[in-house]
Design a protein around this ligand. Structure first.
Ligand SMILES: [Zn+2]
Length: 160
């Protein structure tokens, strides 16, 4: 999604170009597509967990219109004192446990240092979708402009 700050309302949902195709390609390659997102706005009292879940449902509906899907959404509603706020790897561990995923054969796509740091914590590749923005996080495996570019690169050079 376009980063428009705290996600609390549907008006702020804007799926970036190429994302449905990127998700389709990952699905066709046999990957589960799991979203792990920090939503500290809940802990800050800016919006509630039902709002986060409503946005995830709306995202799923919009992706389905493009023939794409996310297999699961996990979010951290906390600000501190938890094991799931990225860069901590708790959400990925929970997803792996609940869904029977092999983390060693997984990959993280993200646009923040926290995402790449989570990949490092998991010992798996991190692909930074942010070629021109300011970035001072851990070195990713690849740095790309779009999720689609990153997925294609990963499938061609790493997964193949
Ligand atoms: Zn948390």
């Amino acid at each position: 999604m376009e980063d428009t700050g705290y996600i609390g309302t549907m008006e702020r949902i804007n799926i970036l170009a190429g994302v449905p195709e990127a998700l389709r390609l990952l699905g066709e390659a046999g990957f589960e597509r799991v979203v792990v997102t920090n939503q500290s706005g809940v802990a800050r009292g800016i919006f509630g967990e039902p709002d986060v879940e409503r946005v995830h449902r709306e995202l799923a509906v919009r992706l389905a219109r493009h023939g794409a899907a996310v297999d699961a959404f996990y979010y951290c509603a906390h600000l501190e004192d938890c094991d799931c706020r990225k860069p901590l790897p708790g959400m990925a561990h929970r997803a792996a446990e609940e869904r029977g995923l092999d983390l060693a054969r997984s990959v993280v796509f993200g646009d923040r240092g926290g995402d790449m740091a989570m990949a490092d914590a998991l010992g798996i590749p991190g692909i930074l979708v942010n070629e021109f923005g300011v970035y001072d996080g851990p070195e990713p495996l690849f740095r790309v402009r779009t999720l689609l570019e990153g997925v294609k690169l990963f499938l061609e050079r790493v997964h193949a």
